[in-house]
Design a protein around this ligand. Structure first.
Ligand code: MG
Ligand code: ZN
Length: 349
């Protein structure tokens, strides 16, 4: 009899341990658009020889080519990471085989996750759009906005309001988005008690951080606070969108300032994981922009001297940093589509 009671107790405690181990894992994917290794290197030296990326336990490299070009654009690489398929440059959420795969954000919602998208571009721009839209061309902003308006995104912060309320079809999607509380500031976002909240940071594309845009880390903290309130597992994608734009214009101050804004947001996420260790953080880029090199520099001042080799993107592999549960699976060299597969494995654990 004693043995039976002992066995029952043992079974109970084992079950609870197993249940604890299977607690769902939060996933935070952070994409520095155009953030190649030299953008990180230059940003790190300009920032007193340090970056939040040094705290990551696992580093890998991702191949970024699209299905029709060694040099990808943000739509094809965004789709690869969001949905695990290669596609043509310019295409969002539709594979080269004309399939419309579900994104990791959509799959996480089906598993009871809360979801969020934050970008320092418009929310309909190629990178964030890859997580909820399926369109032949990234330029179909109004169509992308329409798909956003009925998406499973719980919280979003980004620009591009005009694609929702100043449209060719005269629809006002903001009025149609009745399940959302669309707020005009981050403090209103913080105060909102709604279960779905959106904040348009700009009518068009948001300003540069150099021109006084609010820090990305503030938006990240506001959304993390909502996740804490909800007490559910979550998937969030955070994009440092304008590192790419600094690369396109070959302006190193633009690149560095946007990198630093993104780096500070990474630090905010890492601070959050201290109290929420059940969170996987993955930081990567969709591609490199500008062909940035650092042929010389000043060791005394730790100041890099940089050169750009193109106003476009390059085919360079990009680093993938991971920390938290399953971080070790992100080491090695692999296709950017596997970033999706590795996150999916975590969702299916
Ligand atoms: Mg982007
Ligand atoms: Zn670009």
């Amino acid at each position: 009899m004693k043995n039976i009671i002992f066995l029952i107790c043992l079974t109970f405690s084992l079950t609870s341990i197993t249940a604890q181990e299977k607690a769902p894992i939060n996933i935070i994917l952070m994409i520095g658009d155009g953030m190649g290794l030299n953008q990180i290197t230059a940003g790190m030296y300009f920032n007193g020889n340090k970056t939040a990326l040094e705290d990551f336990s696992s580093v890998g490299l991702a191949k970024t080519h699209s299905s029709n070009s060694l040099v990808t654009d943000s739509a094809a690489s965004g789709t690869a990471m969001a949905s695990g398929v290669k596609t043509l440059n310019g295409v969002v959420g539709i594979s080269s085989k004309n399939k419309k795969p579900k994104s990791i954000l959509e799959i996480s919602k089906e598993k009871g996750y809360q979801t969020a998208l934050i970008a320092t571009s418009s929310i309909v721009h190629a990178t964030p759009a890859s997580f909820y839209a399926h369109v032949v061309s990234r330029k179909e902003y109004e169509n992308i906005a329409l798909q956003m308006s009925t998406s499973v995104v719980d919280y979003f912060i980004g620009g591009g309001k005009k694609h929702f309320n100043d449209r060719e079809d005269n629809r006002n999607l903001i009025k149609e988005m009745s399940t959302y509380d669309i707020v005009s500031s981050l403090s209103r976002f913080d105060k909102s008690t709604a279960s779905k909240i959106g904040h348009f940071t700009n009518r068009d594309e948001p300003n540069r951080i150099l021109d006084g845009r609010l820090p990305l880390k503030d938006a990240v903290q506001s959304v993390l606070n909502k996740f804490d309130r909800d007490q559910k597992p979550f998937f969030m994608m955070v994009e440092g969108s304008q590192i790419d734009w600094g690369g396109h214009s070959n302006e190193i101050e633009y690149v560095i300032s946007e990198f630093n804004d993104f780096d500070a947001a990474i630090q905010t996420v890492l601070d959050y994981t201290l109290k929420h260790p059940n969170t996987l953080v993955v930081v990567t880029a969709d591609h490199e922009t500008g062909g940035l090199t650092i042929p010389k520099g000043d060791i005394k001042k730790m100041r890099p001297s940089v050169e750009f080799s193109t106003v476009g993107h390059t085919a360079s592999m990009v680093p993938v940093f991971a920390k938290g549960p399953a971080a070790d699976t992100f080491s090695g060299i692999y296709d950017n589509t596997l970033i999706f597969n590795k996150m999916l494995d975590v969702l299916n654990e």
